[in-house]
Design a protein around this ligand. Structure first.
Ligand code: URP
Ligand code: ZN
Ligand code: ZN
Length: 465
């Protein structure tokens, strides 16, 4: 007798898609077996005709973000519940220190908020934004790592926010991370070219959203990536590029990985579906994100990178600014950068990847879940359907049609990249640590049910992500 059985599903495991049943005891997967192997349970869930996948893990969220003079109106409980409805059972949220705040204090502050509000399990991404005391960074990194936060975000851009890190700053973070086997996560754009060019356009009266793309061409991202990779190779540290948007970046990461360097790239589903043409329309300013949206060739390059493993993960970069916030300024340069995506990340990747581009289902699971767990130190607790792992499971109906109009989603904003788009494939049940938290698109858990995840990065897992 076990607590729960999920029977008759097509279960996605590292060995492929298996017709097996899953037995669940308490919070864990107790066993896998041929159909009918487990006879008795408190509850049996029939997944006939459906896929069963490990719960999605979003490596990149910004819940309740304060950025570019605006505060995201969406609340933490709503964002995390929407994530669960879209098949994401864990996420790594960014803990940006306020001015003068220690990175550890920022992690504790954000984790405290998540503990009372989160609909699902969460981890924290440390961040270094202040470099006035470089000598202290290795100590701070050690402290963070001991507390289960072994990955650290830095920005090579956003000087107006005071978030910019120069090469020496980055090298110091890389050294600190190398010493504890941590991962440095980089938002890579050349600040001087990108931001100065933006200002010049505005001075010339070129204030429409399309000038965002013109001020930040591919080269702006590529140059910063190359520079950071040189620094990371020199330091002997692991680097991870968040929301990579360019085909040249895919080639760069592919080459580095061929040379045995542990360099990782994340992209977002939004960069895989939208080009910079989106800036031209009436809604153009809504789509403003950094790096900029790109061209069709970049979309193709990114998909190729996903297929061959050069792109390891998909992050939502969820930053749910409202229409009103996006419309507050006529100048592209002051429109808050960011967009929602936490709820659509997994289903859009299934539809665009598996259904429309023949991406193997196992690869889809790798990029939305398994690789995130491996890179960020959550594996094999999360990111895999195997005995002993947390029973974070999503029953996914590959045939279910779903309109992605914002009114049909559960995020706390009034627009999203996929308004007017209908896809096929949507989760019908989400389970977190053995407990059903979403059924029929309704969140049925309670805010605060999510537990904080303390992470430990293992080289042997990194090497296969
Ligand atoms: O445009 C973006 N990506 N906004 C959110 C902040 C960031 O850079 O990730
Ligand atoms: Zn960023
Ligand atoms: Zn981000």
């Amino acid at each position: 007798m076990v607590d729960k059985i999920i029977k008759n599903g097509k279960v996605v495991t590292p060995s492929g898609i298996l017709d097996i049943d899953i037995a669940i005891e308490g919070e864990k997967i107790a066993g896998l077996g041929n159909f009918g192997k487990f006879l008795k349970a408190e509850e049996t869930i029939d997944a006939k005709g459906k896929l069963v996948i490990p719960g999605g893990i979003d490596p990149h969220t910004h819940f309740e973000l304060k950025f570019m003079g605006a505060i995201v109106p969406e609340k933490w409980d709503q964002a995390s519940a929407a994530a669960a409805i879209g098949g994401t059972t864990s996420y790594i949220d960014h803990a940006f220190p306020n001015k003068g705040e220690d990175p550890m204090a920022a992690v504790e502050r954000r984790a405290k908020r998540a503990k009372v509000a989160s609909a699902s399990d969460f981890a924290m991404m440390g961040a270094f934004l202040d470099f006035s005391n470089l000598e202290e960074i290795p100590g701070k990194i050690k402290e963070l790592s001991k507390k289960g936060v072994p990955s650290f975000k830095v920005f090579t851009i956003y000087r107006p926010e005071g978030w910019y890190a120069n090469d020496w700053d980055i090298l110091n973070v890389l050294w600190g991370a190398r010493d504890i086997g941590g991962v440095v996560c980089v938002h890579a754009e050349n600040a001087f070219v990108g931001e100065e060019w933006q200002k010049r356009f505005v001075k010339e009266g070129k204030i429409e959203p399309k000038y965002h793309a013109k001020a930040k061409p591919n080269f702006v991202e590529f140059e910063a990536m190359q520079r950071v990779i040189s620094l990371a190779n020199f330091a002997g540290a692991y680097s991870y590029f968040v929301h990579m948007s360019i085909k040249e970046g895919v080639e760069l990461v592919r080459n580095e990985r061929h040379q045995g360097h542990l360099v990782f790239a994340e992209t977002t589903h939004k960069y895989l579906t939208h080009t910079e043409d989106a800036y031209e329309g009436k809604r153009g300013r809504y789509y403003l994100v950094s790096p900029s949206l790109r061209k069709k060739e970049d979309i193709e390059g990114l998909w190729k990178g996903i297929a061959d493993g050069s792109v390891s993960t998909i992050g939502s970069d969820h930053a749910a600014f409202s229409k009103e916030q996006k419309e507050a300024s006529d100048e592209f340069i002051t429109v808050p950068n960011g967009s929602p995506g936490v709820e659509t990340r997994v289903p859009v990747m299934y539809y665009e990847g598996v259904t429309r581009r023949n991406l193997p289902i196992t690869k889809f699971v790798d990029v939305v879940s398994t690789n995130v767990a491996k890179i960020f130190g959550l594996y094999p607790k999360k990111g895999i359907i195997a005995p002993g792992s947390d029973a974070d499971l999503v029953i996914f109906d590959p045939d279910k049609e779903k309109s992605l109009d914002t009114e049909n989603l559960h995020i706390g904003t009034d627009w999203n990249y996929y308004d007017g788009v209908t896809i096929k494939g949507w989760p019908i049940l989400t389970m977190s640590r053995g407990k059903k938290i979403v059924e029929n698109e309704q969140y049925i858990g309670k805010p605060g049910d999510g537990k904080e995840l303390f992470r430990e990065i293992k080289r042997e897992h990194l090497a296969t992500a």
